[in-house]
Write a protein that binds this ligand. Sequence first.
Ligand code: KIV
Length: 335
Amino acid sequence: MVHNRKVSNFALSLRMRQPPGGFNLNLTESLIIIASGHWCNRSAIKVNLTNEGVPRGDAILVMKKTIFDFLQQKGKSRISMLTAYDYHTACTIDEAGIDMILVGDSLGNVMLGYDNTLAVTVDDMIHHGKAVCRGAKQAFVVIDMPFMSYQGSVYDAVTNAGRIVKETNCQAVKLEGGAEYADRIRAIVRAGIPVVAHLGLTPQSFNTLGGYKVQGKNEQVARQLLADAEAVVEAGAFAVTLECVPAPLAKLITERISAITIGIGAGNDCDGQVLVYQDMLGYNDGFTPKFVKKYADLHQVMLDAFRTYKEECASQAFPSQEYSFTMDSSILEKL
Ligand code: KIV
């Protein structure tokens, strides 16, 4: 498939990923650059750039994956997802090539310092979601619907999902719950908004669940989880997050439903995995759930840096000349 089109600077700067070796494009040039190219795969197009007929190199224009790309991955290749709540983290996650970013209502815990997610508002989600969407050039962004933004009625669910999408530019919303919220999911999907359902340990219901516990260990709850997964998929959810579900049950659910499953504490047989980024970076000093693998010890790195800074402020080792500005001493003498 060959495309010939004028590419505006806006489109390029938003969607261009530099090829290895780099690619230089200045602002004036970019306005008149003509790109012709071909699809590398379903989500990227390689373009040859010319300026007044002179070749200016290649660039990869990265397209966001769609829900259909993810559904096609089911059973073939695994999907990676991390949470993010701010612009810079989203940029870094995006640069790493992670498929999906979740702006989780876990922001109540990890960003705002609440004990649980219940106090998080739609406005909080939109505020953080906007920043993440500005940073996510290629990653597919899902934003959580917070507590009481959809539970009350179908009307609330559609109105709040609509606000979240309109105001942030995200690609999907996520809500906690199964068959009991099938009517909300159906209405949101009918409004044109992809939905991720969240089953198993659903933190917004920790009061009725009696705490943060693994869900589905006994036959009754396991049956209910399977029925819920089938009901939310029937209602139109394209993905189901399974949180703290025994690995064999998550495997069975993954095999039984056509939607993709994204596990967190749900074993290795889900179609994808999600972790809270602060957990996997070791950003928090406190309790680490069993299912979290720490890929870094950011807490220690930050603590060491902050302590050294404090010491250097006290000793005046910082700022040394290297970090200071100079001026002509004759000017100073005149003052
Ligand atoms: O809010 C969140 O971060 C989540 C993940 C734990 C899946 O829902």
